[in-house]
Design a protein around this ligand. Sequence first.
Ligand code: ZN
Length: 62
Amino acid sequence: MTEFCVDCWNRINHLQKTEKDYILSKELDLCKGCGKFRHVIVRERMGFWSGFLNEYEKTADA
Ligand SMILES: [Zn+2]
């Protein structure tokens, strides 16, 4: 999803998220924000579940 660590993502987007709000990469990756090898954000946890629920609702309507 991104190539940013949580710290940089928060700074860029003015968020107060924690590592628990995101699925982070298992391997260390180069963060484009701070230029260090960090666990970068793969996806947002809430985004995954809201996407899942949206798909479910579409199926239920059909
Ligand atoms: Zn960073």
